[in-house]
Design a protein around this ligand. Structure first.
Ligand SMILES: [Zn+2]
Length: 332
């Protein structure tokens, strides 16, 4: 067995490539999962004169390992910095693969949450992972039920991917960042300045965006995504103002934590309008004493479907409503 194979983390066997790299500028790439391995979030790769900075370590040691291996297609420079944009498991659960030569940077809140075990014991992780055993058993049932050879092959492939993910998730040991910031931290790589900025609370209490002023690119994690972001740990009333702060930065392209690159600033307006409308509807439901679960089913956000094609029916995520109620009850 080669050294490389020995270092391969559990659940990292996959066919083909785990990532595609979209070149945004000469030495800036967005890494998007192909589906051959569960990676869940996007990554961004910034190649400096002497080293590489990666934004977000994905969902498991296996996915972080796959990125580091496949990145060799685009650079032979060493990975030196990793940024965790926030504490959610799909952005920081690869941290444990990095050695002492890699610094992991986050907001201090993100580090506190990872140290406290929130990334793998908190309600977001527990809720999002709850369906995995069922997904696996459903796929097994579908494999044995189908009589079509091609369909069986595809179902078996999907089953393998999910089983790999279960193995990979079991191997996670949440690993805290080594450098934290409260407001802003800049790194200088040759001529390039890389700014890590906390613009205020939004998707979590410690979101960090990575701004490349020279390239006019901002990498946002889930503060803004291609679609509507998960809100279960969000600060809905503050999110709108934080997006105002994002708008103030000079950039042409957003590389979001999920989905495709966003050009220009119109998605900021769209998301602010969505959150503002959602907040007002949740406020009404709360004032009327409607249980969160019922409110989530009846809140109608279809007016925003033009900006967010993922909205296809009445109803919103119960996690968003529960979170807003929690904040109201705390006086936020
Ligand atoms: Zn997130």
């Amino acid at each position: 067995m080669t050294n490389k194979q020995q270092n391969r983390p559990p659940g990292s066997e996959y066919e083909g490539k785990a990532f595609t790299f979209q070149q945004i500028q000469e030495s800036v790439y967005m890494a998007v999962g192909t589906g051959n391995l569960v990676v869940a979030s996007n990554g961004a790769i910034v190649i400096n004169d002497d080293n590489v900075l990666v934004v977000d370590s994905h969902i498991s040691p296996a996915s972080a390992w796959a990125l580091r291996e496949e990145m060799k297609e685009i650079t032979d420079k060493p990975l030196r910095y990793v940024v965790n944009t926030h504490f959610h498991f799909d952005h920081c659960h690869g941290n444990q693969i990095y050695g002492p030569d890699v610094e992991i940077i986050s907001h201090e809140f993100t580090r506190d949450m990872i140290v406290a075990g929130e990334s793998n014991k908190g309600k977001t992780y527990t809720t999002m992972m709850a369906g995995l055993p069922q997904t696996i058993s459903d796929l097994k049932a579908q494999v044995s039920a189908t009589t079509d050879q091609a369909e069986r092959a595809e179902l078996e492939r999907q089953l393998q991917i999910q089983q790999n993910y279960a193995v990979a998730a079991d191997s996670v040991e949440p690993t805290p960042p080594t450098i934290t910031l409260t407001d802003q931290l800049s790194l200088f790589g040759g001529d390039r300045e890389i700014r890590m900025i906390h613009l205020g609370r939004a998707h979590t209490g410690g979101d960090v965006v990575v701004h490349l002023p020279g390239e006019r690119i901002v990498i946002t994690g889930d503060l803004i995504v291609d679609g509507t972001p998960y809100m279960g740990d969000g600060y809905l009333t503050e999110w709108i103002g934080t997006l105002d702060n994002l708008r103030e930065l000079d950039f042409d392209v957003i590389l979001p934590g999920h989905g495709q690159p966003l050009h220009g600033k119109s998605q900021i307006d769209n998301l602010q309008a969505y959150i503002s409308d959602l907040l007002s509807k949740i406020t009404d439901a709360h004032a009327a004493g409607t249980p969160a679960e019922d409110a989530a089913q009846s809140i109608d956000m279809m007016a925003h479907a033009g900006n967010f094609p993922g909205i296809v029916e009445v109803g919103v995520s119960p996690a968003a409503v529960e979170r807003a109620y929690e904040l109201f009850d705390q006086g936020n």
